[in-house]
Design a protein around this ligand. Structure first.
Ligand SMILES: [Ca+2]
Ligand SMILES: [Ca+2]
Length: 93
């Protein structure tokens, strides 16, 4: 799990998107999702997931596809991503 988190951060650490202040895991999740969703339809398919080589970092498509409908929505991606990147100020109520 630590490796998963570390590599996701290293994926995004150089991005200008995070240069200005806020460093929120949710923003990072959105950023990765947007990059992975190559056709920009708001859904990550298995093909898009594999093309982004996310499985190389220990994350599988199945892990993100919570309702098993063969596409990963931004909401699903955020939910799974946040499990790995919870910070003290992100405590759930
Ligand atoms: Ca897509
Ligand atoms: Ca799904």
């Amino acid at each position: 799990m630590l490796r998963f988190a570390a590599i996701f951060f290293s994926l995004t650490i150089s991005s200008a998107a995070f240069a200005g202040g806020g460093f929120s895991p949710l923003k990072i999740a959105d950023h990765i999702f947007t990059k992975t969703d190559r056709d920009g339809n708001g859904e990550m398919t298995r093909v898009e997931h594999d093309a982004a080589k996310l499985q190389r970092y220990g994350s599988t498509f199945e892990m993100f596809d919570l309702d098993k409908n063969d596409v990963v929505t931004l909401q699903e991606f955020r939910t799974v991503f946040m499990k790995f990147h919870r910070t003290p100020q992100d405590k759930e109520v």
